[in-house]
Design a protein around this ligand. Structure first.
Ligand SMILES: Nc1ncnc2c1ncn2[C@@H]1O[C@H](COP(=O)(O)OP(=O)(O)OP(=O)(O)O)[C@@H](O)[C@H]1O
Length: 241
């Protein structure tokens, strides 16, 4: 459990009336939700509704038009991306962010942020495959290995909140199992954007559905998993029985 000096658990994320987009184009029309410390939120919705934009806005990579982003009571929205990372936001973008010209280990070193090199063992313990391939170049890795590397590098920065944008995209089911097993062991606040709804709802304890830049439903993940009509309404899909 993560407890700070005052006995307050870290990782509380409070998003209030967030409006953001790209330049003058507004995509998020007022998004609000809260994730408790060590909570796991699945952020779901059809294609193009603003899920990736929400994560990118949290880390300061879009144009913010209004609203607040508070982590443990501290307002982050006026800060540069690097300061938000230092405050505790870890981000794994959809693009996977692997340096192809560097080895696995060199990629991981870029995530150490001043921590001793011995901390690399944390990454190899979470994903033994990365340890086996530590001297391989980033370009030689499979999609699954690249995703493990991207997640591991973000974790080396010791975030209190991890933001994951479609980590399972394009991966074989056996690799999805491996990745989700590793993510399930993490003891931190997580926001997961994912198209594999069944896996996302199994992982998460709460869910937010977006539609056209707005929150259209928020509640427990288990309730959503049991409510076929809700899933159909917001995602246009039904879970496999
Ligand atoms: N860099 C960008 N510049 C301008 N518009 C963008 C940019 N990135 C995304 N958009 C637009 O913002 C809207 C929301 O996109 P976003 O990627 O956030 O959706 P999403 O819910 O994550 O969907 P998907 O599952 O397809 O990734 C879309 O209309 C998209 O075309």
């Amino acid at each position: 459990m993560r407890i700070d000096g005052q006995g307050i658990e870290k990782g509380l994320l409070e998003i209030g009336d967030l409006r953001a987009g790209y330049g003058a184009t507004v995509i998020l029309e007022g998004v609000s939700f809260t994730v408790p410390p060590r909570g796991r939120l699945a952020l779901l919705g059809r294609n193009g509704v603003g899920k990736s934009t929400t994560l990118a806005t949290l880390v300061g990579q879009t144009t913010r038009h209004g609203g607040s982003i508070k982590l443990d009571g501290v307002e982050l929205s006026g800060l540069a991306s690097s300061a938000r990372a230092a405050a505790g936001l870890g981000y794994v973008p959809q693009t996977r962010d692997v340096f192809k010209s560097l080895t696995v280990e060199e990629n991981l070193v870029t995530g150490l942020k001043g921590r001793p090199r011995a901390a690399l063992e944390e990454a190899y313990a979470l994903f033994p495959r990365l340890g086996e391939r530590r001297r391989n170049g980033g370009a030689e890795l499979s999609g699954g290995e690249q995703q493990m590397l991207s997640v591991a590098r973000a974790l080396l920065g010791q975030p209190t909140v991890l933001l994951l944008d479609e980590p399972l995209e394009g991966l074989a089911p056996v690799i999805c199992d491996l990745l989700m097993d590793a993510l399930s062991k993490l003891d931190m606040t997580v926001i997961l954007v994912e198209q594999q709804i069944d896996r996302a709802l199994e992982f998460a304890d709460s869910v937010v559905f977006l539609d056209r830049g707005r929150v259209v439903h928020a509640g427990p993940a288990q309730h959503a998993a049991d409510d076929a009509a809700l899933l159909e309404r917001h995602l246009g899909v039904a879970l496999a029985a």
